[in-house]
Design a protein around this ligand. Structure first.
Ligand code: NAP
Length: 279
């Protein structure tokens, strides 16, 4: 059995596992539903406890799949979901969360994020999050796709943000210039989404070369590169059971200084501010 998955502290108390299961594109085809539920359950069987979803995914059907996968095993899991910006008024945030809870057949979301910035004033969304916390419907709140200037604005309103979920992988290192250090100084963990760039980076020759050194796969190298940072939460999505197993095993892969140097050369760190990219 592989070793347990480490956690990293959340700024307001408690911890979040540094590895979890993504669910974007789940729930979009009824014929794939049983396989998607099985993939999440396989992840849980392999010791993964974090699952990342959103009301947006499959227009709610990804959350239903999460609900089916967690049935009878909710204890010990860490569920992340997200409110769409168009719903993120004070009352809309509360109502959206209640719909998400119903779809997942649970009474609590551990971390609830604003999916990206929209037109409702941030202060209103924060009031919604505060009400949900008071009622015990969410554990912590955070944001997603917030660049450094957005984080500054958020901090002026409320210092309680628990996480910022952003696009981060070897081919998307822009956040290392300012956003990642800014969050680190405040002990706000980044959640790295699309950690293998939805598969598009996997044929890169340097990834293949480093993978060959370890008898690993390019996806495992890409994940291990993120996971070596102990405060970055990595959430690959996999519906294929072989991918679920392969990705989970990336937690055991230790990259060497030579590997990291080769990866830095192939995927250079940013030298100046880059606007946050989003998928
Ligand atoms: P990803 O995890 O980088 O890639 C998922 C794709 O890669 C799927 O097509 C999957 O195929 C394939 N894959 C997975 N493991 C593989 C492996 N070992 N070898 C080869 N292919 C593999 O992309 P993502 O789904 O965009 O990002 C992950 C999660 O982050 C999402 O599911 C979602 O929960 C979250 N996210 C959040 C935001 C946001 O705005 N907050 C945006 C994007 C994503 P199979 O499914 O067939 O296994």
């Amino acid at each position: 059995m592989s070793s347990p998955i480490p956690s990293t502290p959340l700024p307001g108390g408690g911890t979040i596992p540094i590895y979890g299961l993504g669910t974007w594109f789940m729930g979009e085809d009824a014929r794939r539903r049983a396989g998607e539920v099985a993939a999440l359950r396989l992840g849980f069987d392999l010791g993964v406890t974090l699952v990342d979803t959103a009301e947006m995914y499959g227009s709610g059907r990804a959350e239903e799949i999460v609900g089916e996968a967690i049935a009878g095993r909710r204890d010990g899991l860490f569920i992340v979901s997200k409110v769409l910006p168009e719903n993120a008024t004070r009352r809309g945030t509360v109502a959206a969360c209640e719909r998400s809870l119903k779809r997942m057949r649970t009474d609590r979301i551990d971390l609830y994020l604003l999916h990206w910035r929209g037109s409702p004033p941030l202060a209103e969304t924060l009031e919604g999050f505060a009400a949900l916390r008071r009622d015990g419907k969410i554990g912590a709140w955070g944001v997603s796709n917030f660049d450094t200037a957005d984080m500054h604005e958020l901090e002026r309103l409320d210092g309680g943000c628990a996480s910022n979920q952003v696009l981060y992988n070897l081919t998307r290192r822009g956040i290392e210039y300012d956003l990642l250090p800014w969050c680190r100084r405040r002990r706000i963990p980044i959640m790295a989404y699309s950690p293998i760039e939805q598969g598009r980076m996997l044929s890169h020759p340097t990834l293949a070369m480093v993978a060959a050194r370890h008898e690993a796969t390019p996806a495992q190298v890409a994940l291990a590169w993120l996971l070596r940072q102990k405060d970055v939460v990595v959430i690959p999505k996999a519906a294929d059971p072989d991918h679920v197993r392969e990705n989970r095993a990336a937690l055991g892969l230790r990259l060497t200084a030579d590997d990291l140097a080769a990866l830095d050369q192939a995927f250079p760190a940013p030298k100046r501010k880059q606007p946050l990219a989003m998928l």
